[in-house]
Write a protein that binds this ligand. Structure first.
Ligand code: PLP
Length: 391
């Protein structure tokens, strides 16, 4: 039996059947158990910033594991402190960092910070995604994710994303925090109107509420900037959560609390066994270092523009959204599942988050040749996806 067949009898059926069993990766390419090669345009869902097997990441992880692997939070290590310093420098503000093992845990830490304001009301956006643990899920609007687990903790008001007035209408002096993604990733890439996040900052300040940016998907270079909005002085958030691309595939997350919010959690308020693990922190430092050394932010902007322009040229693409290498495409018909299947068949991994949307979040090291191969294949993939229309 293949690995894919054995999966069903050994793993919980939480995701449905896996599309492929992968055995190897190199750069933006992966190979399945039958030896077929794919260009990975999803990058482990915006995670594999350096692709697979990047020497700087492999060296950092193996060297650190050989030197000092795990120590618990009774102790600290150079990589943990250096990573916290680096994240604060990239945001460009005074603060404190709590290192976790995933995005949802970074959001749980942020949620705990908001509780220490003495307020409990939270505001989040419709179509947003903040994770699957119970606290993060309480902030996630999608009914299919929430409803099987209700009641969820807290008192959360959802507002339409990008609507400044809707936000102003629900934030009160009882609101602990407003949590927003700078671009909504899981929704298939929703981009708010210019000035929306700065308006959220003004509204939260008027009511003494915290502004929390979930940059788990948009942060760490994905948009061609270190953060999509966290370092923008007009936005100046109190809390920033990051994860996905942070360590290029090694599990990690971080809650970055700025200015006064940095001191809301006190000794005993929170903890984690694995969070701040030296190997994960060394991996994150290697990713940040490689993004700097290889000018990957600039590369991400150039490559993102090239992909968006090329993909938009087909009239069956009605809208192209996103920044850098976080790209959402709207199709003229609900053919995204057919498109994703056609792409896989042709050796390209893409994601279909909604019936009419395709999301791309490839490694930032995607080559021009890979981008060009995908652009060349694109009209044919659309032909295949649309050929069954009405059938
Ligand atoms: C992926 C994601 C999360 C959850 O991160 P996990 O590591 O899967 O727990 C939270 N927020 C956003 C915006 C995400 O994209």
């Amino acid at each position: 039996m293949s690995v894919k067949e054995r999966y069903a009898s050994a793993l919980m059926n939480t995701f449905g059947p896996p599309k492929l069993a992968l055995v190897r990766g190199e750069g933006a390419h992966v190979w399945d158990e039958d030896g077929r090669e794919y260009v990975d345009l999803l990058g482990g869902i915006a995670v594999n910033a350096l692709g697979h097997g990047h020497p700087a990441l492999v060296d950092a992880v193996t060297t650190q594991l050989r030197t000092l692997g795990h120590i618990s939070n009774f102790f600290t290590s150079g990589p943990q402190v250096e990573l916290a310093e680096k994240l604060l420098a990239l945001v460009g503000a005074e603060g404190r960092v709590f290192v976790t093992n995933s995005g949802t845990e970074a959001n749980e830490a942020a949620l705990k910070v908001t509780r220490r304001t003495g307020r409990t009301h939270l505001v989040a956006a419709l179509e947003g995604f903040h994770g699957r643990t119970m606290g993060a899920l309480a902030l996630t609007a999608k009914a299919a994710y929430r409803e099987p687990f209700e009641p969820l903790p807290g008192e959360v008001t959802f507002v339409p994303y990008g609507d400044e007035q809707a936000l102003a209408d629900v934030v009160t002096d009882r609101t602990a925090a407003v949590v927003l993604e700078p671009l909504q990733g899981e929704a298939g890439v929703n981009v708010p109107p210019p000035g929306y996040l700065a308006a959220a900052r003004r509204i939260t300040l008027q009511h003494g509420a915290l502004l929390w940016l979930d940059e788990i998907q948009t942060g760490m270079g994905r948009t061609g900037h270190w953060f999509a909005a966290a370092a923008d002085p007009a936005v100046a958030p109190d809390l920033v959560t990051v994860a996905k691309g942070l360590a290029g595939g090694f599990p990690i997350g971080a809650c970055i609390a700025l200015d006064e919010a940095a001191h809301l959690l006190e000794p005993g308020n929170h903890g984690t066994t694995f969070g701040g693990n030296p190997v994960a922190c060394a991996a994150a430092l290697a990713v940040i270092g490689a993004i700097e050394d290889e000018n990957l932010l600039e590369r991400t902007l150039v490559l993102g523009q090239k992909l968006r322009d090329g993909l938009a040229a087909d009239p069956r693409v009605t809208e192209v959204r996103g920044e850098g290498l976080l790209i959402g495409l709207t199709l003229s018909s609900p053919r995204s599942a057919d498109l994703a299947s056609a792409a896989l068949e042709a050796g390209f991994i893409v994601n279909n988050p909604t019936p009419d949307r395709i999301r791309l979040a490839p490694p930032l090291v995607l080559t021009d040749a890979d981008a060009e191969a995908f652009l060349a294949a694109w009209p044919g993939l659309l032909d295949t996806a649309y050929s069954e229309e009405g059938a």
